[in-house]
Design a binder for this molecule. Structure first.
Ligand code: NDP
Ligand code: OXD
Length: 327
């Protein structure tokens, strides 16, 4: 029995509730929402996807929907993601072009992402891999120290998460540049580049490249041999966007020939990463299991509620993505 069924209906508050279909091929979304269900029960009635569908459903919450998942819900006005990324939803062929897709914006998640990036950037700057090896061999050998401002970190993506990464790395004293699709004002501390031409210029000086782009047709495969070749030799990759951004063979070659000194990978084209994948045992690769940061379930529940309110009021939901650009 779910919390929503346990809660006695408050007729006045509940009469305008929107039905929200839970659509996922990977997760039990009702279980995922857990205790938050009682906080949203006045606004939305959760229903499970089924064979019959529901022509009246106007709202859905989705994560990795099956390709035909939306065909049984022809009147959806909005589909909410349970993450910042929406690529697994916009890529679904049964999603109508005019359905709003809503992402989660969670400042707490951006902070966690930024901490994750700082961990790896500092790890590269201070040579933590060498100290780990020294400890294993019981070697006491202080190393020359590099100042943060001697490390140029380029951030791909200057959105909700990229902005926080830029601000925090700047605060830590790193030299920071960032790249986006559209022009941004260059601040006194972080130089901003945009578009393909801007990327080439930015990479020229980049030692650590952090990818926090959304996955779109334009960004798929962006982390390739050409990009690595433009970076400073002995550079480092922090990959927290989506696995499909990376051309895996090009990364392995860049690590092999020394163009890159190492890579921290959090996201992969196939997740979970297959046990036989060469990344697992690579001495220059650090792997985390798509764990850089999760959104809070509270932020997901709030997104559902604000989206339901917007649908009822005939407005576009806050944080609806631009379907033309796919993010
Ligand atoms: P936003 O949509 O807020 O920002 C996206 C940024 O990428 C914007 O600056 C945008 O440019 C830029 N961008 C998009 N397309 C291009 C392009 N073709 N060329 C150059 N720049 C481009 O996204 P978030 O910052 O919230 O999140 C980014 C991604 O991070 C998510 O989509 C997800 O894939 C990933 N992520 C991974 C997590 C993990 O645990 N590993 C957790 C959370 C998110 P502009 O500003 O001009 O629009
Ligand atoms: C997200 C993610 O998109 O967890 O939020 O990857």
């Amino acid at each position: 029995m779910t919390a929503i069924e346990n809660t006695p209906p408050g007729p006045l508050k509940r009469e305008g509730r929107l039905r929200c279909v839970l659509v996922s091929s990977r997760l039990d979304l009702r279980h995922y929402l857990g205790a938050e269900i009682s906080n949203i029960a006045d606004q939305v009635e959760l229903i499970d996807q089924d064979e019959d569908g529901d022509p009246d459903a106007r709202l859905a919450m989705a994560w990795h929907p099956a390709d035909d998942a939306f065909s049984r819900y022809p009147n959806l006005q909005a589909v909410c993601s349970i993450g910042a990324g929406v690529d697994n939803i916009v890529g679904c062929s049964s999603l109508k072009p005019d359905t709003d897709v809503v992402r989660v914006v969670d400042p707490g998640q951006a902070r966690m992402m930024s901490g994750f990036v700082a961990w790896h950037v500092i790890g590269h700057q201070r040579g933590f891999a060498r100290y780990r090896a020294q400890q294993r061999d019981r070697v006491w050998l202080p190393r020359p120290q590099r100042r943060a401002d001697s490390v140029l970190v380029g951030i791909l993506g200057h959105g909700e998460i990229g902005r926080k990464v830029v601000a925090d790395l700047t605060y830590l004293g790193f030299s920071v540049t960032c790249w986006s699709r559209t022009p941004k004002a260059t601040s006194s501390t972080a130089r901003s580049y945009y578009g393909p031409a801007g990327l080439a210029v930015m990479l020229n000086k980049t030692e650590v490249l952090v990818n926090v782009l959304p996955l779109t047709p334009e960004t798929r495969g962006i982390l390739d041999a050409q990009v690595f070749a433009k970076m400073q030799r002995g550079g480092y990759l922090v990959q927290i966007g989506r696995g499909e951004h990376l051309v895996e063979a090009d990364l392995l070659a860049a690590l092999e020939n020394g163009q890159l000194a190492g890579a921290a990978l959090d996201v992969f084209a196939t997740e979970p990463l297959p046990a036989t994948h060469p990344f697992w045992e690579h001495p220059k690769i650090t792997i985390t299991p798509h764990d850089a940061s999760d959104v809070s379930v509270r932020a997901v529940a709030t997104t559902l509620v604000t989206t339901a309110e917007a649908i009822r009021a005939g407005r576009r939901p806050p944080h609806a993505i631009d379907r033309t650009h796919g993010y």
